[in-house]
Design a protein. Structure first.
Length: 77
């Protein structure tokens, strides 16, 4: 089990970013869409560090500007 995380615009279209190969599923040569896959084995981390009840689902329907500081703090742990 895993979650696909997409950064979308106001029309629910996935934004484009420089090619990357982050996440639990790798695309050969990278991908230019602002999306990544997070595998289930990381879920305990997100419940502990992001939100005790929602885990990674805390990101649902939030603007990136409302999430960036909290996500940056996760990188420090």
């Amino acid at each position: 089990m895993s979650w696909w995380i997409h950064l979308v615009d106001e029309n629910k279209k996935t934004l484009e970013v420089p090619k990357h190969s982050d996440g639990g599923t790798y695309v050969l040569g990278g991908i230019a869409e602002a999306e990544l896959n997070i595998t289930y084995n990381y879920s305990k981390y997100y419940y502990k560090e992001l939100d005790g009840e929602l885990g990674i689902k805390w990101l649902d329907n939030k603007k990136s500007s409302a999430c960036i500081k909290r996500l940056e703090m996760l990188l420090k742990h």
